[in-house]
Structure formats: C-alpha cells, structure tokens
Design a protein. Structure first.
Length: 171
C-alpha cells in the first residue's frame, strides 16, 4: 500500500510552526495518521509496532543506557538482541542481558516512535538525543525542539499518547 504524504507534510508544518514560535493548533486536525498509512520506519510483523530502520530498533541506540548512564549511547552489533521482530543493539553484554531479562522495563514507550507525535496519533521517527524518563518510562521525541514542546505539558501529552497508542494497537 502506498504511503500517504499528508500526515508527514502536516507534521512538518507543525514542526515549522513550533520552531518559528507560532501556534500549530490550526493544523493539528490534519496531522492524524490514517489506519492505512505506513510510517517511514519499518513495522515488525508482530502485535507491537516498533520504530526500526533496516530492522534495527531506535536508530541502534542502547535503550538500557538511558536508565543506567543517563544518556543515549550507540549500541554495537556484537551485543544485539532480537525482540518484537526487530534487533535491539546495546553497548555491552550487561545492558543486553538487562534488557533481555525485562524488555518492557527498558523499551521506549509507543514502540520507540516520537511520544509527542503519538499524542496526536502520528507515527513519527525519533532522534535518540531527544529523550526523557518519566515515572520510570523512556520517551523519545523527533527533535530537541519538539522535546521542549513535549516538556511544556508532559502529563497531558502522555495521557493523549496512551489513548492513541491503545487505539493504534487494537486496529
């Protein structure tokens, strides 16, 4: 099925509005991803949608490092682990084993897609450096600028993203 470009264009318009310091509320209704749209990332053929490129989750970043090191660290192929149909990379065997023992404790919310994007029902790619941990859960965002917007009302965005993620997973 051919991807629809409208959600991507609307997202880019919204992002430009945020970066320019203007309101993006007028375009939010056009920014929803329809059920048949395909995100730019690979979707695993499992019950969970995971942000992956070339089969590698979250741009190859070590998900455990956000919790243990307090920053994103690139993973290495020698410490790879398969989960939910994609490959997760880690910076050490210890991190790989921590993840393997309880993947849901370390995996980012919303399959690693942008948390702010999910609050509007959109599957949007991420930048590993745009992250936060809230209540023991990892959230990734599209960019540092968008992360600033996310942090303005995180609780509300999480509530909306949770609803959208649940709806997406049940389709």
């Amino acid at each position: 099925m051919k991807p629809k470009t409208q959600p991507i264009l609307s997202f880019m318009a919204m992002l430009m509005a945020i970066l320019l310091g203007t309101t993006a509320s007028l375009i939010m209704s056009d920014w929803m991803v329809s059920a048949d749209a395909q995100p730019t990332a690979d979707i695993a053929s499992t019950s969970t949608i995971i942000f992956a490129e070339d089969g590698i989750a979250i741009r190859g970043t070590d998900a455990v490092a956000y919790f243990t090191e307090g920053k994103p660290i690139p993973g290495r192929q020698e410490f790879a682990y398969e989960w939910q149909g994609v490959t997760w990379l880690f910076s050490s065997a210890e991190h790989r084993d921590l993840f393997a023992s309880n993947p849901r404790a370390y995996a980012p919310q919303y399959g690693g897609f942008c948390a702010y994007g999910m609050s509007y029902g959109a599957l949007v790619s991420i930048m590993p450096e745009a992250w936060s941990i809230m209540d023991g859960k990892l959230y990734l965002n599209y960019s540092i600028a968008l992360q600033k917007k996310w942090k303005e009302d995180t609780a509300r965005y999480i509530d909306q993203a949770n609803l959208n993620w649940l709806a997406l997973k049940t389709k």
